[in-house]
Ligand binder design. Structure first.
Ligand SMILES: [Zn+2]
Length: 88
């Protein structure tokens, strides 16, 4: 009914592969441009984060398998905040 803790960054625990099976990294000329994944919040909306450090804000994939992204993802959508860490 409520979503306590929705304003706190939290690691995504990936025991299985709930994210990993559907995390396409869009590349262009060998450079990673975007990472697309479904938000772990209950709305499961698609999130696109920029991996191109020439644009801001940008994120860095520090490990591809298991997927680790830095810094935390902090998105606002329709008045709700989705803030979490992608880390195995
Ligand atoms: Zn979300």
């Amino acid at each position: 009914m409520s979503t306590p803790g929705s304003h706190d960054a939290r690691p995504i625990e990936r025991e299985g592969d709930s994210l990993a099976h559907d995390c396409p990294i869009v590349q262009d000329g060998g450079t990673s441009k975007w990472l697309a994944f479904d938000c772990p919040c209950r709305e499961r909306h698609r999130v696109l984060i920029n991996l191109d450090n020439r644009r801001h804000p940008s994120w860095v994939v520090t490990a591809a398998a298991p997927l680790t992204v830095s810094p935390s993802v902090d998105g606002t959508r329709a008045g709700r905040r989705c803030h979490y860490i992608i880390r195995a």
